[in-house]
Ligand binder design. Structure first.
Ligand code: NAP
Length: 290
């Protein structure tokens, strides 16, 4: 399908693809990127449909995550129909563009914790974390949220029971936690193990390649020996993983946190703002007038 983009949001994965770091961000081209235009999350209108597409028609309002192909920071982007869902009418294009990638991560992460359990989210003040805190709090999970000092009031406001400034306190020396979700993982498997309760589970979603390799090797062994589970959360893509959250946003049950909205000509500023450590929630780019 060809989508005329109305709004697109910045994800940490865009910044990682731009930098070629962590190492797995180079999977899309080892020496130079195969995709020249960044941008995964888009919301817009169907401009054309390919043969065999029956679910959508030209003019439909849609949103989705194009992470394997990118190209969303543009006026038009080609995407498979399977990546797209119809945009809820109660959401603006800007709001809808914040949901697909961060929402799918948040839904996968919160599914790991049961009501009454203690969940720690590291890197909680960004796109995924700001959704995950709210989903977890609504589920009756006790949430500890970790990010920099300027974001702690924001985290409390979203429903975190406890907040930790990562520049002051090492979360691995707090706890114990039943579930740890690390969105920016760079710690040793022993640090994570120390913070886990008996039978607890720790997953990294994003972070360094070294931590990922350790999680998949030493982490598995350590888990088998100590009864904890350590690993990597591989988030599945597609509307079935973000539309439930979007409905909750449309119903006003979950808040969408947009720090700033910029224009397409300001993509560089948007990426810089996202990486600056000051944005609360998402940075959005408006491409055309909805
Ligand atoms: N596993 C999968 O299948 C999958 C799928 C898609 C995406 N991802 C990955 O998921 C990750 C999460 O992305 P996101 O969009 O939620 O990120 P985000 O919006 O950039 O949020 C990350 C947050 O972490 C904070 N942070 C940075 N360094 C920190 C540290 N040392 N300790 C604690 N917090 C720290 C950042 O705050 P500061 O302002 O202080 O920097 C920011 O608030 C990305 O790495 C992405 O590549 C994984």
């Amino acid at each position: 399908m060809l989508v005329e983009v109305v709004a697109t949001s910045v994800n940490l994965s865009d910044w990682e693809a731009l930098q070629g770091s962590p190492g797995y961000a180079r999977f899309g081209g080892l020496r130079r990127p195969r995709r020249r235009i960044l941008g995964s999350d888009v919301a817009g209108r169907v401009a054309a449909v390919g043969e065999g597409v029956t679910r959508f028609r030209v003019g439909d309002e849609v949103y989705g995550d194009n992470i394997p192909r990118l190209g969303g920071f543009a006026e038009y982007v080609a995407m498979p129909a399977s990546a797209l869902a119809r945009k809820p009418s109660a959401l603006t294009f800007e709001e809808a563009s914040t949901i697909p990638q961060a929402g799918a991560i948040a839904q996968h992460a919160v599914a790991l914790a049961s009501p009454g359990e203690r969940l720690l989210i590291n890197g909680a003040g960004g796109g995924s974390g700001s959704f995950a805190i709210q989903l977890a709090a609504r589920k009756g999970v006790h949430v500890t949220a970790v990010d920099n000092a300027d974001k702690l009031d924001f985290l409390r406001d979203l429903g975190a029971d406890r907040v930790i400034d990562y520049r002051v306190t090492d979360f691995a020396r707090t706890g114990p936690y039943d579930v740890i979700v690390d969105l920016v993982a760079h710690r040793s498997v022993f640090a994570y193990r120390r913070a886990l309760a008996r039978g607890g589970r720790c997953v990294m979603v994003g972070g360094t390649l070294r931590t990922m390799l350790r999680m998949l090797t030493v982490g598995k062994l350590l888990g088998a020996v100590t009864g904890a589970r350590l690993g990597v959360l591989f988030v599945r893509e597609g509307p079935e993983h973000f539309t439930a959250l979007a409905e909750q946003c449309a119903a006003g049950e979950i808040r969408i946190s947009i720090d700033r909205v910029l224009d397409l000509a300001e993509v560089a500023e948007a990426l810089t703002l996202h990486s600056s450590g000051t944005a609360l929630g998402k940075v959005v780019i408006t491409v055309s007038n909805g």
